[in-house]
Design a protein around this ligand. Structure first.
Ligand code: AMP
Length: 242
């Protein structure tokens, strides 16, 4: 397994693989890898000759300084998981390799309506940061398939739109959400929760299931589905609906 930190090294490595006729599967992550990430890696390995995992806690997608300071990081454990999973290349760049003039950034990618509503409304600038870093990773990686989780569904929509609009030679593949037994979606940030908070967070999965059931039973309007889900979330005092 190669561990690379410079954009040029990544581009050269993947150009050499393509020259040998090998297909590339790219799995962008922010590290603190768990079974959800592994499912993306396994899917990439089943469909591509060379699997590349990128590990980069992207500063431009964080609005809250506390959030980026506390974001879980464990490169040694991540490299062990990648090695065990048969990953060929890990790209773990320092901030300066991704943003040469950091903290100044002149060019960034913004996506329209897909990025500005829902989570985008609560986290201004978040999806612009995501679209920018993914565009850069695509530019460095070149022609490939790229694997993203449906857990971050709006992110997947933003990335698909950005890829089409900017004509990247990348096929974006959405992968199903891996969940804990409680229904809670696996997430690096779950490490930051106490046991009690973790239990409370499973209300999100119950709300989704209730919304799904209401929609399947023919709820007449989207707002009726929202209302069913809101009622479920309201049962959990530790969870505040955003
Ligand atoms: P992150 O490291 O949180 O930025 O996630 C990297 C990629 O893994 C994103 O495409 C996520 O949507 C995906 N991912 C994270 N958690 C899960 C999960 N529980 N199931 C499936 N994919 C996931």
């Amino acid at each position: 397994m190669k561990v690379l930190g410079s954009a040029t090294d990544l581009s050269h490595a993947l150009d050499s693989s393509r020259a040998l006729g090998r297909s590339i599967g790219l799995v962008p992550t922010m590290g603190a890898l768990h079974s959800g990430h592994r499912s993306l890696i396994d899917r990439a390995a089943s469909e591509c000759d060379v699997v590349v995992v990128t590990i980069f806690v992207n500063p431009t997608q964080f609005g809250d300084p506390h959030d980026i300071e506390t974001y879980p990081r464990d490169l040694a454990a991540d490299l062990a998981i990648c090695a065990e999973s048969g990953v060929d290349v890990v790209f773990a760049p320092p901030v300066a390799a991704m943003y040469p003039d950091w903290p100044s950034i002149s060019t960034s990618v913004s996506v329209g309506i897909e990025a500005s509503q829902w989570e985008g409304r609560s986290r201004p600038g978040h999806f612009q940061g995501v679209a920018t870093v993914v565009a850069k990773l695509f530019a460095m990686a070149g022609r490939c398939r790229a694997y993203f989780g449906e857990k971050d569904f709006q992110q997947l929509v933003v990335v698909r739109r950005m890829t089409r609009d900017l004509a990247f030679p990348v096929e974006v593949i959405g992968c199903p959400t891996l969940r804990e037994e409680s229904g809670l979606a696996m997430s690096s940030r779950n490490r930051l929760l106490t046991e009690q908070e973790r239990g409370a967070a499973s209300v999100l999965a119950r709300a989704l299931a209730a919304g799904h059931a209401a929609a399947s039973a023919g709820a007449p309007e989207p707002r009726d589905v929202v209302s069913v889900m809101t009622d479920v979330v309201a049962e959990e005092p530790l969870v505040e609906l955003d």
